[in-house]
Design a binder for this molecule. Sequence first.
Ligand SMILES: Cc1cc2nc3c(=O)[nH]c(=O)nc-3n(C[C@H](O)[C@H](O)[C@H](O)COP(=O)(O)OP(=O)(O)OC[C@H]3O[C@@H](n4cnc5c(N)ncnc54)[C@H](O)[C@@H]3O)c2cc1C
Length: 407
Amino acid sequence: MGRPKKVLIVGGGFGGIAAAREFERHNNSNIEVTLVSNTSHFEYHAALYRVVTGRSPLEVCIPLSEIVNPSKTVVVKDTIEKIQLTKQIAIGSNGSEYPFDYLIFAVGCKTTYFSIPGLKEHSFTLRTIDDALRLKRHIHQLFSETAASKQKKPIDIVVAGGGATGVELSGELAVYTKKLARQHGVPPSLVTVTLFEASNRLLPTLHLSSSVIAEKRLRALGVNIFVNAPIQKKDIESVYLEQMKIRTKTVIWTAGTTSNELAEKSGFTLNHYGKIEVRQTLQSRDNDSVFVVGDAAATEYSGMAQTAIHDGEFAARQILNLIFNRELTTYRAKLPYYSIPVGPGWAILEAEDGTLTGKLGWIFRRFVDFKFFQSILPASIALRAFQEGRKIYETCPECSSIDAKEY
Ligand SMILES: Cc1cc2nc3c(=O)[nH]c(=O)nc-3n(C[C@H](O)[C@H](O)[C@H](O)COP(=O)(O)OP(=O)(O)OC[C@H]3O[C@@H](n4cnc5c(N)ncnc54)[C@H](O)[C@@H]3O)c2cc1C
């Protein structure tokens, strides 16, 4: 059989862990799988907005060591700085080298600010657990300062981007900030949550009917909504739109993504949106031994966790095909469904078979969360992670006095 084949997975997100687990299912002693990620935990992005509004971060962060089987997958915490595609070596942050026969590139994407002046410097975003906790601390600080000051100033929170993240975050914030206002003795009329979307409707990738339902629900929760309203500029005090200026220190940017810088540094061929071009087999155009998955790949439904999981499993099977001299198969994108919470206990589900809204949509959403945890974790740990999502973060004094049942 010769020496074992070295498979390197870069990125411990949805695509990376799906690939590692697929190799584990095939359990072949002639393959050495190493997963290198710049964090030692996996982040469940779909629940990040809930961390901002007081839920336990333990639902979002799951140690990689609990997800993969250490006897089958070697996990290394390191930041890959560059991949030498021709030499088939990945270079880590302190010069460590990871040679590979096959690579799965699963580093996701990063936020882009479309060169809007001041936005990067003066806004929050929601892509990682650190972002979520930073934003939560800031919101708590706003309420504490306002409560302590004699002259109560308004608390205006601006969410920029009416896609799924912006919609779920603004709905949740509308309810959470009312609770914080009551808790701090701040008049609720001083608090506003405003959502700006550059296109002509919320949730532009969903059916028009879902946009209308989401807008109605958000307005009922008290969110101000402006469409056709691209942000033009942000400075330390205010955010500027074409015909509007709002004094606020709290702009949460949820609107743009582009490729991870590692893609460019490594010399991958990128498309117009900064995603890596792939062949019909999911191999990169730049090296046949390299497969690109998830948000990094220019595939039809890139940008969804469901796609990244599908891709990761597919890429692992393709590598097994190459190792065992079998023919490669053609990649077929998996049609995703959209399940978007709009305020606590309420969600829109849009799938091939139809749309479900309200409490039933929410129950479906929680079912999906649980199924996901169950697919990556042993049953008892899956249940623990899922249940964490129902708890208020008791170590946070601001949140611990909020009644979890109200969510
Ligand atoms: C707030 C939010 C909510 C979302 N909600 C949903 C949802 O409800 N449903 C849905 O389908 N999708 C949702 N998504 C999208 C989904 O999270 C992404 O599509 C998915 O994470 C993509 O998976 P990935 O494996 O490509 O990348 P990621 O999951 O982002 O993983 C990338 C991994 O690579 C690591 N990494 C990055 N750079 C390096 C480096 N240089 N060296 C080593 N490691 C590196 C990162 O730490 C991370 O572990 C949401 C996204 C966000 C931000």
